[in-house]
Design a protein around this ligand. Structure first.
Ligand code: TXE
Length: 507
């Protein structure tokens, strides 16, 4: 594995877009793609220019309006989706290694979660579109009304850097399943796996020309050219809240919609009637998986006073024992941060916490054990109030905060005191309390006695500034289709005859 990694780093790959069935020549503005565990360049990304983005949208429009994909049957779409599913699984090991190389996320996680989930998305949607119910209403007076779902058209799919393949695959699978064509833009920091996936799909010839296009580059250039292009029909975006707001305002000018999966600052409420051991396990995963860089991190921890000492002590001890290191090592639990900006961000929040009277329990500085790479010690702070920046702003890093509560009402109002509303985690063995909390937490998802658990049949997304729309099953259908009503006169009563009764009288 290390030989393979050395080979990848010795000879940087040249990455470009893929438009209308062919890779673009490598002649765009060059952006280095970095291995965050070494700081070394592993590939060169050639930015897709505005003109090329336009060509990609034209290709997707033409494939949608005039190509065979626009008329593809459910069975044909299912075959294509399963073709992509198989292609991902046939290259699973390689894709997991590339994902780890580019993101620094431990290989155990990219292999077992990211790549597996990327493939699963295509299987899920291939099964889902075969089970589509539509609404049919018959009216006593001889009319029948049908509700069906048309593809929305050309979808711009803009992905993040923290789970590049898995999260973007979710968008691609949903958009294709419902008969759309796409232009995909990965994060300029982490384009490796999606570029490789396009190569694999190109070799297998799974989709007609122009159905799935790839553009690459910075948000302000390629991303902006795509999301503000007049001929796209929607944007499905995962990324920062401010970027989401910018994209939405561009869409508003064209009276178009977008599905936004944005930031989070999710609360984990740990009651004194929980299974303490399981809650510590879950809170650790919720704070430190994916190197802590995940939108649904449950790292804003509220613990009942009755168990606070025991819980915080266990959590802190285990945080100090986390194996931080080379993400290619199977034993590594936390890898490097994505870039130096993230290191500075963590330093900023540690300093801000200390300044606002928080107490540092673990971590708090760059990791001293590495010559290169962007390593930070997993960090835990206790906060004296919920208004501290470390409790309100998304840090997007292995950084957990603790606050102590006495009453359930207090816990709920602290959890809801946030501009975000992605997930609420509840740890309790009292089912009635769990249901009560689920009803009162202002989030898109509530997870009870479990860390991250994704059921594709349910929708995932946020309220407030965590986003708009839901991904998964019917949520994706709402995002990628237009609801259409068709009213048919079967055996209707005769129509009133306008213009007949008074015909000619005034002539
Ligand atoms: O995201 P950006 P960044 C949060 C997290 C993180 C912060 C910033 O807090 O620290 O956002 O991360 C593209 N038009 N999340 O800077 O900039 C960009 O090229 C069109 C939460 O990476 O939002 C990339 O492909 N596209 C999150 C994508 O948007 C634009 C995941 C995300 O980049 C654009 C990631 C523009 N004007 C970050 N500007 C989650 N919800 O999981 C940028 N992009």
């Amino acid at each position: 594995m290390f030989h393979r990694r050395a080979a990848m780093t010795a000879n940087p790959l040249q990455l470009t877009g893929h438009i209308a069935g062919a890779f673009v020549a490598p002649n765009g503005e060059e952006i280095p793609v970095i291995d965050p565990s070494t700081g070394r360049m592993v590939a060169v990304l050639h930015e897709t220019s505005r003109d090329e983005v336009h060509r990609a949208v034209v290709a997707a429009r033409s494939a949608f309006e005039r190509g065979p994909w626009g008329r593809a049957t459910v069975a044909e779409r299912q075959r294509a989706l399963m073709g992509i599913h198989d292609a991902i699984l046939d290259h699973a090991e390689e894709l997991a290694e590339l994902e780890t190389l580019n993101t620094g996320i431990p290989l155990a996680q990219t292999a077992n979660i990211h790549v597996a989930r990327a493939a699963q998305n295509f299987r899920f949607f291939s099964e889902f579109i075969n089970q589509q119910e539509g609404d049919v209403y018959t009216q006593e007076n001889g009319y029948m009304s049908l509700v069906t779902y048309d593809p929305i058209g050309v979808c711009a799919l803009i992905g993040p850097w923290n789970m590049p393949l898995g999260l973007t695959a979710m968008k691609i699978a949903g958009a294709l399943a419902f008969g759309n064509t796409c232009v995909v833009k990965p994060s300029e920091m982490t384009p490796l796996t999606l570029c490789r996936l396009f190569q694999i799909l190109d070799e297998r010839n799974i989709l007609p020309e122009g159905v799935l296009n790839l553009v690459n580059g910075r948000g302000a250039v390629t991303g902006d050219a795509l999301s503000s292009h007049p001929d796209i029909d929607m944007v499905s975006f995962t990324g920062g809240t401010e970027t989401g707001a910018r994209i939405l305002s561009a869409l508003a000018r064209g009276i178009k919609g977008g599905a936004m999966e944005l930031g989070g600052k999710s609360a984990s409420i740990v009651y004194d009637d929980c299974d303490l051991e399981r809650a510590v396990d879950g809170a650790m995963l919720g704070s430190f998986m994916n190197n802590g860089q995940m939108c649904l991190a449950g790292s804003r921890l509220f613990v009942h006073r009755g168990i606070a000492d025991a819980f915080i002590e266990k959590f802190t001890e285990r945080t100090r024992s986390l194996i931080v290191g080379d993400p290619f090592e199977r034993t590594t639990e936390v890898g490097p941060m994505i870039n130096t900006g993230q290191l500075e961000r963590m330093e900023h929040y540690v300093a801000s916490g200390l300044k606002e009277s928080a107490t540092l329990l673990a971590g708090g500085r760059r990791h001293g054990g590495f010559d290169a790479g962007y390593y930070f010690e997993p960090t835990v702070m206790t906060a004296p109030g919920n208004d501290l920046a470390i409790c309100q702003e998304e840090i997007f890093a292995p950084f957990a905060t603790f606050q102590i509560f006495d009453e359930e009402d207090e816990a709920i109002s602290l959890a809801n005191d946030s501009r975000f509303g992605l997930v609420g985690y509840v740890w309790t063995n009292n089912l009635e309390r769990a249901m009560r909390n689920s009803a009162r937490l202002q989030t898109g998802t509530v997870l009870v006695n479990t860390p991250i658990m994704r059921d594709l049949r349910t929708g995932f997304g946020g309220v407030r500034q965590s986003g708009l729309g839901r991904e998964g099953a019917k949520g994706s259908r709402a995002m990628f289709t237009e609801m259409k009503s068709t009213v048919i006169a079967l055996k209707p009563p005769a129509l009133p005859k306008m213009g007949m009764t008074g015909a000619g009288e005034n002539a």
